[in-house]
Design a protein around this ligand. Structure first.
Ligand SMILES: Nc1nc2c(c(=O)[nH]1)N[C@H]1C(S)=C(S)[C@@H](COP(=O)(O)O)O[C@H]1N2
Ligand SMILES: [Mo]
Length: 167
């Protein structure tokens, strides 16, 4: 017999998203759910090729070609950020999690007040070739990161907007 979910125990990481889909949820006015196909309908940007190196092991992984994708800040603007209390955005973070629970963060200031935001994209194509879910689509990539171990989340499932407690 299936156990009833009484709010105890872990919930599925992202129940709303089908394979290849991701959601933008949390402190937003209009939550989004998008497939890799739908991403193609947005205006896109290109990233520069880069060498991918593992931060944890310092192992060289591979040369990654030119990702094409949709600007992260464009999607955030479409969803619209809630600003319930003045200054909330100063403590706002974006938690980007993959199907396997791998996750990275961005802050509001970083995305909207530093060059990082202009180079963060959600990619569906690499060197002109479509990325499949097996290839890792959709891939969240931060093109302005300075180490060869950039933020690079394969099979992105959710970007959750949270306002951190001050103390
Ligand atoms: N979804 C997901 N993305 C991920 C990871 C992961 O475990 N899961 N690992 C990261 C790390 S630590 C590295 S080094 C690269 C590894 O890329 P590769 O799997 O293509 O070798 O992907 C990054 N993106
Ligand atoms: Mo890594």
């Amino acid at each position: 017999m299936e156990l009833m979910n009484l709010g105890v125990g872990p919930a599925p990481l992202v129940p709303e998203a089908a394979a290849g889909d991701f959601v933008l949820t949390g402190h937003v006015l209009r939550p989004l759910s998008l497939s890799v196909e739908q991403l193609r309908g947005y205006s896109s940007m290109l990233a520069a090729p880069f060498d991918l190196r593992c931060f944890t092991t310092n192992r060289y992984i591979r040369r990654v070609g030119r990702y094409r994708g949709v600007g992260l800040t464009d999607l955030i603007s479409e969803a619209g950020l809630r600003n319930d209390a003045p200054g909330d955005f100063k403590r706002m973070v974006f938690v980007a999690a993959a199907h396997d629970g791998y996750a990275v963060t961005f802050s509001w200031h970083e995305l909207f007040n530093t060059p990082v935001g202009a180079s963060a994209l959600i990619a569906y194509e690499c060197d002109g070739e479509p990325l499949s879910v097996e290839d890792g689509a959709p891939v969240l990539f931060s093109g302005a990161d300075i180490m060869a171990a950039p933020r690079h989340v394969k099979r992105l499932r959710r970007i959750d907007v949270q306002v951190l407690r001050p103390l």
